[in-house]
Design a protein around this ligand. Structure first.
Ligand code: CAA
Length: 259
């Protein structure tokens, strides 16, 4: 499928989705959010894809939601725009495939929020993170007030959101917002290496782990462990469990089929 503000490349088992709207530093307008929605469906429906990388073209990952589009919204328009972003980011967060954000540059507002809807964040040394919304008279609207505190804790999330402070990649690493910081020229290489390592594991098991970790975070420990036992059991209905364990015992090469 052809997109205007997104480039989607399927590279063997890995989908690389690049937000590319250079005139606005990849800011998310409704059009781009709707394209992102369609691209997530395209990835979800492709059985050959086991992992996803999201990155940005040029000097920004995503410089936020589109301020030009938001400027004259009324209350209903604001809610609709917030709902659209939240719906698309939630779809990404619950996609049954792991998603790595390769944060090349500015990840501000909606850009930081997009990275947080991914499973893992790798940043280049050029990356900058922040939720600058209060400096524009609004609150974070695509999940920032919820996902940032879950990732870095309440105190740090409140400081970042209340002050609109922009932090660099090293600080993002220190507070646990990103997993790793690498040179800009190594960013996609590192992200692809990580994606391929994940794609080399049993895809259904990885997908079930994502569901269990994400769902478990919302549950009490007993319900969460009960859910874990449920999906653990489900693994034993897959060919990949049988072939993976057989390969271990017979000391042969493992070969997963996503079945
Ligand atoms: N929306 C719309 N346009 C944007 C944009 C945004 N979020 N961010 C940048 N642009 C546009 C600029 O207006 C500029 O356009 P023109 O060339 O037509 O003037 C172009 O992209 C290049 O930007 P700058 O000239 O500002 O580039 P810079 O290198 O000097 O600064 C920057 C880079 C620090 C990222 C700066 O662009 C900036 O502060 N952007 C806004 C960041 C922001 O506040 N993001 C949060 C948005 S609110 C939000 O996201 C709400 C939510 O949670 C849903």
């Amino acid at each position: 499928m052809e997109y205007k503000n997104i480039v989607l490349q399927m590279e063997d088992k890995v989908a690389v989705l690049t937000i590319s709207r250079p005139k606005a530093l990849n800011a998310l307008n409704s059009e781009t959010l709707k394209e992102l929605d369609l691209a997530i469906d395209e990835i979800a429906n492709d059985d050959k894809i086991y992992a996803v990388i999201i990155t940005g073209a040029g000097k920004a990952f995503v410089a936020g939601a589109d301020i030009t589009e938001m400027k004259d919204l009324d209350v209903m328009g604001g809610r609709r725009f917030g709902n659209l972003g939240n719906k698309v980011f939630r779809k990404l967060e619950t996609l049954e495939k792991p998603v790595i954000a390769a944060v090349n540059g500015f990840a501000l507002g909606g850009g930081c929020e997009l990275s947080m809807a991914c499973d893992i964040r790798i940043a280049s040394v050029k990356a900058k993170f922040g939720q600058p919304e209060v400096g524009l008279g609004i609150t974070p609207g695509f999940g920032g007030t919820q996902r940032l505190s879950r990732l870095v804790g309440l105190g740090m999330a409140k400081e970042l959101i209340y002050t609109a402070k922009i932090i660099n990649a090293e600080e993002a690493l220190r507070i646990g917002l990103v997993n790793k910081v690498v040179a800009l020229e190594d960013l996609l290489v590192e992200a692809k290496a990580l994606a391929n390592t994940i794609a080399g594991q049993a895809p259904i098991a990885v997908s079930l782990c994502k569901a269990a970790i994400n769902k478990g975070m919302q549950l009490d420990i007993d319900s969460a462990l009960s859910y874990e036992s449920e999906i653990f059991g489900e693994c034993f209905s897959t060919e990949d469990q049988s072939s993976g364990m057989t390969a271990f015992i017979e000391k042969t090469e493992k070969c997963f089929k996503n079945k």
